[in-house]
Write a protein that binds this ligand. Structure first.
Ligand code: F6P
Length: 385
């Protein structure tokens, strides 16, 4: 019985696990954009670690708690049972996060005001060791897991946990946060049907998804959208306009268009709002642009709604809570078994381990011939092709 409870998840594609390191204290970090379920993972880790007599400490705001000497980053947070008792249902992260704190390309301001990237990896590792942290659970998307891999390569025992509402990580059936984002987007689009029909309007809904269209595809399908545009398929605006005109002509005088923020027209580029040193580019604006183009081409009244960060807030769904807790528990079991440089992942029949190097090799994009997109085509949804 005890053996089953303590067993590490099965490993895929790697040699047997090395000898367990001596662990007394685990560090937990949450990096990149927040996602519903982060707090549930933290609880899963802390509760599982205490059975082994391990302490847990959270690094605040990504790694800034150790790298940023200002009060802003606020150091480390000791995590005991009381701290994590009521947090499974809470959105956000009790540790704080940042998408501008890659220690290996850390944004630093020069005397002349210019921003440059500096490698502070060795410095971070030194600070982790001085904080008495023997092993790390790194919760994040591809950027954060890339950092986790580099720390593991430098000799720190590290296990990654896949997070992102975008669901763009390879080698896991799903990331936590995705189900919550899709559920909320679906509910919002459901609401737009009624007002669209009442006013006979074209409603364009922009959802997050910088380089992948999972949120747009899943929420659009689930809410009976008429057009779904994703970064994986460049759209032909004439085809989208033709589909909408045909809808109106056949006696259905309204349309719902769901567009991922990273979608782009054929021959065009995705719309970048901001580029800054040490940060991923910030997208936005495609919903407004599409609404304007469709108004011109169809002559119909058109409105745009941007769901944006609403998709990242709110309580996690039951599904996300459960996989987040399971991921947290599995991460601790993996460390106890001596694993490092791996990511916990969801795959049949349960949680397993995959090497971080494989998980971050490339983004998981919507396969244009996958069954979900084929279903969209079969249902007559216009994909702008
Ligand atoms: O979490 C990923 C993501 O949701 C992307 O889809 C989006 O482009 C990005 O976060 C926005 O992040 P922020 O506005 O926090 O920089």
């Amino acid at each position: 019985m005890a053996q089953v409870r303590n067993a590490a998840p099965a490993r895929t594609g790697t040699p047997p696990a090395p000898k367990p390191a001596t662990i007394r204290r685990i560090g937990i970090t949450t990096g990149g954009g927040d996602a519903p379920g982060l707090n549930a993972v933290i609880r899963g880790v802390v509760m599982s670690a205490r059975h082994r007599g391990w302490e847990c400490v959270g690094i605040r705001n990504g790694y800034d708690g150790l790298l940023d000497p200002t009060q802003r980053a606020r150091g480390l947070l000791k995590l005991d049972v009381d701290q994590v008792r009521p947090i499974t249902k809470l959105g956000g992260t009790i540790l704080g996060t940042t998408n501008a704190g890659n220690p290996f390309a850390y944004p630093c301001r020069q005397r002349n005001g210019e921003w440059v990237e500096r490698d502070r990896g060795e410095e971070l590792l030194g600070r982790i060791r001085r904080a008495g942290i023997d092993a790390l659970v790194a919760i994040g998307g591809d950027g954060s897991l890339g950092i986790a891999k580099r720390l593991a390569d430098m000799g720190l025992p590290v296990v990654g946990v896949p997070k992102t509402i975008d669901n763009d990580l390879e080698h896991t059936a799903v990331t936590f946060g995705f189900d919550s984002a899709v559920s909320f987007a679906t509910e919002c689009i459901d609401r737009l049907h009624a007002t669209a029909l009442s006013h006979r309007r074209v409603m364009v809904v922009e959802v997050m998804g910088r380089y992948v269209g999972w949120i747009a595809l899943h929420s659009g399908l689930s809410s009976d959208a008429h057009v779904i545009l994703i970064p994986e398929i460049d759209y032909d605006i004439e085809k989208v306009a033709a589909a909408i005109r045909a809808r109106y002509a056949s006696g259905h005088p309204y349309a719902i268009v769901v567009v991922a923020e990273g979608a782009k027209p054929k021959g065009g580029a995705h719309l970048v709002r901001e580029r800054r040193v040490g940060r991923a580019e910030r997208l936005g604006g495609i919903g407004e642009q599409l609404a304007a183009d469709l108004a011109t081409l169809t002559g119909e009244e058109t409105r745009a709604t941007v769901l944006g960060h609403l998709l990242r807030g709110g309580h996690p769904t039951t599904f996300d809570r459960l996989i987040a807790l399971r991921f947290g528990g599995a991460a601790v079991r993996a460390l106890a078994a001596g694993e490092s440089g791996v990511m916990v992942s969801l795959g049949a029949p349960g949680v397993r381990l995959v090497p971080l190097a494989r998980a971050i090799r490339r983004l998981k994009r919507v396969p244009p011939l996958g069954d979900t997109i084929c279903t969209a085509r079969d249902l007559g949804i216009c994909l702008g092709e």
